[in-house]
Ligand binder design. Structure first.
Ligand code: SAM
Length: 315
């Protein structure tokens, strides 16, 4: 199809009330159909129909995950630029778009509270729980191997939980900082680090998406089993890449795509694992490249989850 026809199609797709609202919402980050439905106050089939039209016109991208589907604005390129241009022209229009934005913020707070509530309940028992689904020994051995015994100046462990990474790697950093949203997790981590005599690390209460780095840049940033608690892991990566020292690296450990839907209800997961393809898109958008990728099958359990490790560096 000629470019002209494609543009007409894209403009037709965007040129409707609900679909413009959807584009404005998705420009804030990747969202599930369920959240979009709650914000717009329209039926799910209706919202899905609008999203399908936007996807057919190439303005948004869909990724299916278990019983849910997530949508994001088109990946960098012409269509993304077009959406950007359309939204710039209505940036100051307020009204319904501002109300949608407020609802989105409320929904994000609610998700965060759910995760926080879950982690405050499980904090004391987390070190036993974390082992359940995961080939932990193999993953930890790989983390040490991939880091190659190199000592970094500053390590930042985001979503540090009970401080296991700060403990495992305490000889790999001069100064380590853990950030976590859960007071209970922070409490357990503090007690553990002090009991192990680790005095080159501290843990602090904070939100990954809004904590102040205080102008400091880090050499190694770790997100170990954290990204699947976010609707938009790409947004987290964008933020994290900003506080990475030149030549620094980001180590990500998370589940491969799976279908254990109950983890959403019982364990506050938002994403059912992260795929290699998605990670490439997120890394690219954050100006990073993937240097190492490894997969770890769970040998202990039939229904065990596969864990993946990614090492990223700035391009
Ligand atoms: C599955 S635990 C992993 C903890 C640790 N990295 C580990 O592997 O044992 C996820 C942690 O992320 C924290 N978390 C979730 N959302 C967060 C946010 N927005 N900001 C900071 N921490 C967050 C939770 O409180 C929890 O401690």
């Amino acid at each position: 199809m000629a470019d002209f026809e494609k543009l007409v199609l894209a403009l037709k797709a965007a040129g409707e009330h609900t679909r413009l609202r959807l584009l404005a919402l998705l420009s804030q980050g990747e969202l599930s159909v369920k959240d979009l439905t709650d914000i717009l106050g329209q039926s799910q089939p209706r919202v899905s129909r609008h999203l399908k039209l936007l996807a057919e016109a190439g303005l948004v991208v869909r990724s299916a995950e278990g019983a849910w589907a997530y949508y994001r604005i088109a990946d960098p390129g012409e269509k993304r630029d077009l959406v950007g241009a359309l939204l710039t022209s209505i940036k100051k229009s307020g009204g319904i778009l501002t109300a949608d934005k407020k609802k989105l913020a409320a929904i994000r707070r609610e998700h965060q509270n759910q995760a926080d509530e879950y982690f405050s309940k499980v904090a004391k028992n987390w070190d036993n729980l974390r082992n359940l689904h995961v080939p932990e020994e193999a993953v930890e051995a790989a983390i040490l191997r991939v880091l190659g015994g190199k000592k970094v100046k500053r390590l930042l462990d985001l979503g540090s939980g009970t401080g296991r990474m700060l403990e495992l790697l305490h000889q790999n950093y001069e100064y380590g900082i853990g950030i976590d949203l859960s007071r209970e997790m922070i409490g357990v981590a503090r007690a553990k680090l002090s009991a192990s005599g680790i005095n080159n690390a501290q843990v602090r209460l904070g939100d990954i998406l809004s904590f102040e780095a205080g102008g400091q840049k880090d050499d190694l940033i770790i997100l170990h089993q954290v990204l699947h608690y976010f609707d938009d892991p790409g947004q987290v990566l964008l933020k994290v890449a900003e506080i990475l020292q030149e030549g620094g690296r980001i180590l990500l450990v998370d589940f491969a795509p799976h279908e254990l839907e109950y983890l959403r209800q019982n364990d506050a997961h938002r994403r059912l694992g992260l795929s290699e393809g998605q990670m490439e898109v997120w890394a690219k958008a954050a100006g990073m490249k993937i240097d190492v990728f490894e997969r770890f099958e769970n040998q202990k359990q039939q229904q065990g989850l596969v864990v993946c490790l990614w090492m990223l560096s700035l391009k």
